[in-house]
Ligand binder design. Structure first.
Ligand code: ARG
Length: 579
């Protein structure tokens, strides 16, 4: 609807420009908002106020000319001028009802991508295998997974790339420590975090061990069979830890999506040679660098992107450069979205700029860093255990489920054990994911069990519960969502308000896909749940006045149920039929 209104306004502006009322060549960003108060229509625009000055008119005068120049559209019943010159648009309720009917008749709820389908790489999760996955990778995993699901729903082909840190100097230390252990040290390795700490301790205490570690890195990089065997075994164990977390979280990631740093090893000398051939390399203190004019340090000097160390070793940036061209040219992606900590923003800006400068990717290839903020503890400080250690994700998820179990049992003591466990899983895991997804991606946020498990507010329990309320209406009738006859006829304000919001599902998914912002979908579903509540309160369904009215309301409820379920699924939440 907003897009439609923008188009109508654009038409009117073009007409006014053609007849000389407006100067030629104005290209304003046309803003259209939902109105808060329905007595002001359903949508409003401040365009007349924005353009009054260049037009040399009073805002209300320009508004009148705009209204006269607006094309007719079946979706709009009337347009009014309000206050200083707002344009208020009233949605036509029968046209709106017809759109909802079309959504009900479609397995995709009437949602289809505006432009052509694309191939999109989603770079997500990407833990460092030397250690256990930590909370930063939780955010990348959850947000990346939600955006991937939305893109797929809209018809894009998504290629998930788990760019794990499986290479680098720490591996020498780990291999040296593995060699010292008895043959079968899988048990030891089951706790990666303490294995890493023990290896690090040896490394710091024994110069002889440290030398051996450094030798092993060189041997590993030279392709020594024994080193590779140990390294593979270590990575297998570490990856299986990750997979456990993914399965537990219900994110769509498998071993097949892993394309770690090591996968680009063979291409790194080519990256350097190609940069060299293009004349982009400068030597600085023995290191090879790409200097990019647009990046300057505090003194105003260009910043280097270091791609090869003085000793010949390659860096994180070198691997990422290799990855850009693999993604563009081998995977043939149109777009790549990187879900990585905000603190790596400069790294990605520089890598993207260097990749373009070097012609590694076609001009049309879009690369976007979808940065995210830090997850803090409830106290607003970086998330740590009480004794200052890193919080293990598995422990965090266990605690979420245990707390959800206690809450649900308290509410519904009569539920049997298996159902209780199932609900606790959906609520507990859902709460952790939803708390993360519902915050603005780029802001830091505080992890707080009490808040995320509350049945009030914009939380997973609230939304999961809202869905079960819709489901229970149908259960009482013994019907499925798609088994209701009749037509939607919008009469009460609560019906129209719910209907208008339901009709925006496609637009909402469009912005999630464009900007990588799942919190927009969360806010939308939260709104739908609230609008459904007031509809349900004011417009009796089972006690409706006529059969037609009951059918209409049931159809509206059915679309609400399907939208909530689909929306939650796109966020990666498991819905429940009762709780
Ligand atoms: N392993 C990196 C880290 O933990 C994240 C990798 C993100 N992806 C990338 N293409 N650089 O910081």
């Amino acid at each position: 609807m907003k897009d439609l209104i923008r188009q109508l306004i654009q038409h009117a502006l073009d007409r006014l420009a053609a007849e000389g009322t407006l100067p030629q060549g104005l290209a304003p960003a046309i803003q259209v908002e939902n109105t808060k108060d329905k007595s002001h229509g359903d949508f409003a625009s401040n365009i007349a106020m924005m353009l009054a000055k260049p037009a040399g008119l009073k805002p209300r005068e320009l508004a009148e000319k705009l209204v006269a120049a607006l094309p007719q559209d079946a979706q709009i019943s009337k347009v009014e001028i309000a206050g200083p010159g707002f344009l208020n648009f009233y949605q036509d309720t029968s046209a709106l009802a017809a759109r909802l009917e079309a959504a009900l008749a479609d397995a995709h709820l009437g949602v289809h991508k505006d432009g052509p389908a694309q191939r999109v790489v989603i770079d997500l999760s990407a833990p460092n295998l030397a250690k256990e996955m930590h909370v930063g990778h939780l955010r990348s995993t959850i947000i990346g997974d939600a955006v991937a699901r939305v893109l797929e729903f809209l018809g894009d082909t998504v290629i998930r790339q788990n760019h794990v840190g499986d290479w680098g100097t720490q591996f020498g230390m780990l291999l040296a420590y593995m060699q010292e252990q008895p043959v079968d040290n899988d048990a030891e390795l089951s706790d990666l975090e303490s294995f890493y700490r023990a290896a690090k301790k040896r490394f710091d205490e024994s110069p002889e061990f440290a030398d051996r570690a450094r030798e092993l890195v060189v041997k590993l990089q030279a392709g020594d069979a024994e080193c590779l065997r140990l390294w593979n075994r270590f990575n297998d164990i570490s990856l299986s830890h990750c997979q456990k977390v993914y399965d537990r979280l219900g994110v769509n990631l498998t071993m097949a999506d892993v394309k770690g740093e090591s996968a680009y090893n063979d291409d790194l000398p080519n990256v350097i040679a190609d940069l060299q051939a293009k004349g982009l390399l400068t030597e600085s203190d023995g290191a090879q660098c790409v200097f990019l004019d647009e990046f300057k340090n505090a003194e105003g000097n260009p910043l280097p992107l270091i791609v090869q160390k003085a000793g010949g070793g390659y860096l994180y940036a070198t691997t990422d450069l290799a990855a850009t061209r693999y993604r563009a040219n081998v995977l043939k992606a149109d777009r790549a979205l990187y879900f990585v900590d905000q603190r790596q923003a400069l790294h990605f800006q520089m890598v993207f700029a260097a990749a373009r400068l070097a012609g590694f990717v076609p001009e049309s290839f879009e690369m976007e860093h979808m940065g995210f903020g830090t997850m803090n503890g409830a106290d607003g400080r970086p998330f740590k255990t009480r004794d200052g250690g890193t919080v293990k994700l598995i422990d965090l998820l266990d605690e979420a489920e245990a707390r959800a179990y206690a809450l649900v049992k308290d509410k519904n003591p009569e539920l049997d054990e298996a159902e209780l466990r199932n609900i606790a899983r959906a609520v507990g895991i859902g709460a952790v994911k939803y708390a993360d997804l519902s915050k603005h991606r780029t802001s830091d946020y505080s992890f707080n069990f009490e808040l995320m498990l509350s049945f009030e507010g914009n939380t997973a329990p609230y939304l999961l519960y809202a869905y079960t309320r819709v489901a229970s209406v149908f259960r009482k009738l013994g019907k499925e969502f798609d088994e209701v006859e009749g037509h939607i006829v919008l009469q009460a304000d609560q019906e129209t308000a719910l209907a208008a919001r339901l009709a925006q599902f496609g637009e909402i998914l469009g912005s999630v896909a464009e900007k990588g912002v799942p919190h927009v979908l969360c806010a939308y579903l939260y709104d739908i749940a609230g609008l459904f509540s007031s509809f349900y309160e004011h417009c009796p369904i089972l006690a409706a006045e006529t059969a037609e009215q009951q059918q209409s309301r049931l159809r509206l409820a059915a679309l609400t149920g399907r939208t909530l379920k689909q929306g939650l699924e796109l966020l990666g939440l498991q819905t429940l039929e009762r709780m």
